[in-house]
Write a protein that binds this ligand. Structure first.
Ligand code: VGL
Ligand code: ZN
Length: 205
């Protein structure tokens, strides 16, 4: 059985959002068109407490884009985004949310960030998404969303490690590109790990 994972299609990653990803809005239409083609649709949601330590504003003399060490892990500092229950953390308002069967929230512990929808960045705790998908009999995962070089990438890499067959719907993804070429590099990394890149999403129809 195949499932679609929609990664972080939230207001803050779209146009005018706190951590806007260029072209982020364009992914919503792709998601809405694809959902009907799947037996199961799940979504991840970046869901931080306001005092989350991935926010530059929560450290003295730090600014977004700097890297610090946080509880033994290297941590990129971000602008405040996707604070739980805030407007920016909501799914994009054009997204057909009624097609989503289950939502997995991540980044809820202020001491550790979570890019992957499966585990936090230290692989210390699971969100339960892997077990849920396996219980549903899912073997094949199709992934799209925001952002290519962070949450999409780490979700896809973990999915491979968990033994799923993984396809990435490239047209449904956009990258942060803090450094030029980050999104392209992320695609290469995923491909090398065994993720199949689907360049033309009309193959689903
Ligand atoms: C993300 C940076 C920080 C993402 C989440 O969804 O890719 N990126 N938090
Ligand atoms: Zn985040």
């Amino acid at each position: 059985m195949k499932a679609l994972i929609l990664v972080d299609l939230q207001v803050d990653f779209c146009t005018l959002g706190a951590l806007a990803v260029a072209g982020g809005d364009e992914t919503i239409e792709v998601a809405n068109k694809l959902m009907d083609q799947f037996d199961l649709v799940v979504a991840t949601q970046d869901w931080h407490p306001a005092d989350h330590k991935s926010f530059a504003a929560n450290h003295y003399w730090r600014y977004p884009g700097q890297v610090i060490e946080l509880n033994g892990l290297s941590q990129m500092l971000w602008t405040i985004h996707c604070v739980n229950d805030s407007y920016g953390a909501e799914f994009h308002h054009d997204l057909k949310v009624e097609k989503i069967t289950k939502i997995f929230q991540k980044g809820t512990d202020k001491e550790i960030d979570s890019y992957s929808g499966f585990f936090d960045n230290g692989h210390r705790k699971s969100t339960g998404m892997g077990d849920y998908l396996k219980e549903q009999g899912v073997t094949e995962l199709h992934i799209m969303g925001l952002a290519t070089d962070y949450c999409v990438k780490f979700t896809a890499l973990d999915a491979i490690d968990l033994g799923f067959s993984v396809k990435l719907i490239v047209e449904g993804c956009r990258g942060v590109n803090l450094e030029e070429g980050d999104a392209a590099k992320a695609l290469t990394t995923m491909k090398e790990k065994g993720v199949e890149l689907v360049e033309d999403y009309t193959v689903y129809f």
